[in-house]
Design a protein around this ligand. Structure first.
Ligand SMILES: Nc1ncnc2c1ncn2[C@@H]1O[C@H](COP(=O)(O)OP(=O)(O)OP(=O)(O)O)[C@@H](O)[C@H]1O
Ligand SMILES: [Mg+2]
Length: 412
């Protein structure tokens, strides 16, 4: 279910935005709009749906409109045109009082530079949102203390922000956002000011908290590795426009344009993509009860030297064409006695691990899921293509049988 939905949002900054809306709709460039009118095109025709309980990452270069977009979700910024709905509430229809309550209860923000109050201790910083909501002191301190513990800051509750490291200050910011029990967290470059190790720890902590809390989190970052680690989905903005939106795999496997491609350049693809991405779903699979004549006929027609054999949905093993022909000569009732065992890799194994397996053996590898069910046969050329898209042309020509549904048995 969509928790936040924006439709056809336009944002033009400047004294008379409505006057330039039509030009923006007709596609005037940012530069031309600025030169001819002094107005800045913040966002153009953004539609986005953010699922309840997901982490939705928003990426893009500086100035691409990320902060502008998420500030629309709680109407810190008013759109020039377009609709915003949160939980089926039309945010644009809220009056002043309603909007205030909506902001206090529905959403909380975590900022890049922590935004802590320097003269309040940790506990009072964390309790701030509750104080605004009118929760009485004892109760808000009890609740704030709970979140101080949750982010691993027990013992520091009476310290002041300047006595804490950056990572600790960001934990305070996170605890403060969580303390109000808001269902939605808006995190604008929340971890960007932290050094890499601490940043990773914070990512882990967020994922850990999220697995229990199931919030809807909108997370802005410049960092693709962070986006891929955290995001259930990723939206990529370019100069105020949405250029691509999808799962991390969607984006890695099919970047929409050069801008997205440039983001992907340095990413460690072999950690994000796994064996399931690199297998050919078998168009042809035999079962233990298949008759030898049928097996021989199928493999001959598809020009395969081997094919996997299933028992129900599970992998039973692999049969070579020679073995099937032998079974046929011997008059066997089915092929079950002629099946050899087949090596497997788990579907969720990262391609770095898969590559290791590929290099240590020339045997075909079956990909199986957590229930030991057959997913497909690993395609060596797909592994190479996914890890290094540029090398894929060479790999393809090495392996002509690869597109037919299973790989050829290279050792045979
Ligand atoms: N209040 C404002 N008045 C005029 N222009 C603005 C205003 N706020 C943002 N802009 C412009 O809108 C564009 C998008 O800004 P925004 O802050 O959303 O970018 P961003 O993607 O968050 O960038 P960064 O990664 O640097 O934080 C920029 O060109 C900026 O100059
Ligand atoms: Mg920003």
């Amino acid at each position: 279910m969509a928790k936040i939905e924006v439709e056809n949002i336009y944002k033009i900054f400047g004294p008379r935005p409505q006057r330039w809306l039509q030009a923006a709709r007709e596609g005037i460039s940012r530069e031309d709009l600025l030169a001819s009118s002094g107005h800045t095109l913040g966002l153009r025709d953004i539609s986005l749906s953010i699922e309840e309980g997901s982490i939705h990452v928003i990426m893009g270069l500086s100035g691409s409109g990320k902060s502008t977009l998420i500030r629309h979700f709680n109407r810190l910024i008013e759109p020039t045109a377009g609709r915003i709905r949160v939980d089926d509430v039309d945010v644009m229809s809220l009056g002043v009082r309603e909007l205030e309550r909506f902001r206090q209860q529905k959403m909380s923000m975590v900022f890049q530079r922590f935004g802590l109050f320097p003269h309040r201790c940790v506990l009072d910083n964390v309790a701030y949102g509750l104080q605004i909501q009118g929760v009485e002191r004892k109760e808000r301190e009890r609740r704030a203390m709970h979140w101080v513990e949750q982010v691993g800051l027990s013992g520091y509750e009476k310290q002041f922000p300047h006595q804490l490291s950056g990572g600790m200050q960001q934990r305070v910011g996170l605890a403060r956002a969580l303390a109000t029990d808001a269902e939605i967290l808006l995190m604008d470059e929340a971890f960007s000011a932290l050094d890499p190790l601490i940043r990773r720890e914070m990512q882990d902590q967020l994922l850990q908290l999220q697995s229990r809390l199931n919030k809807t989190i909108v997370f802005i970052t410049h960092d693709l590795d962070e986006a891929l680690r955290l995001g259930n989905r990723i939206a990529i903005l370019k100069a105020g426009e949405l250029v691509q939106e999808g799962t991390p795999e969607d984006i890695l496997l099919a970047p929409a344009d050069d801008y997205v491609q440039a983001f992907l350049q340095d990413v460690n693809r072999s950690k994000v993509l796994n064996a399931a991405h690199a297998c050919n779903a078998a168009t042809l699979s035999l079962t233990t009860r298949s008759q030898p004549a049928h097996a021989v006929e199928l493999m001959a027609r598809k020009n395969l030297r081997f094919t996997p054999v299933l028992d129900g949905k599970r992998l039973f093993g692999v049969i070579t064409r020679q073995a099937a022909e032998r079974a046929l000569r011997e008059g066997a009732r089915d092929i079950s006695q002629h099946v050899e065992s087949m090596a497997t890799v788990p579907a969720n194994a990262g391609l770095d691990e898969v590559l290791g397996r590929m290099l240590s053996s020339t045997e075909p590898l079956a990909v199986t899921d957590e229930n030991n069910e057959f997913v497909g046969v690993l395609s060596r050329s797909k592994v190479v293509e996914l890890i290094r898209p540029a090398l894929s042309a060479e790999a393809d020509s090495d392996e002509p049988g690869d597109s037919s549904g299973t790989t050829q048995r290279s050792a045979a």
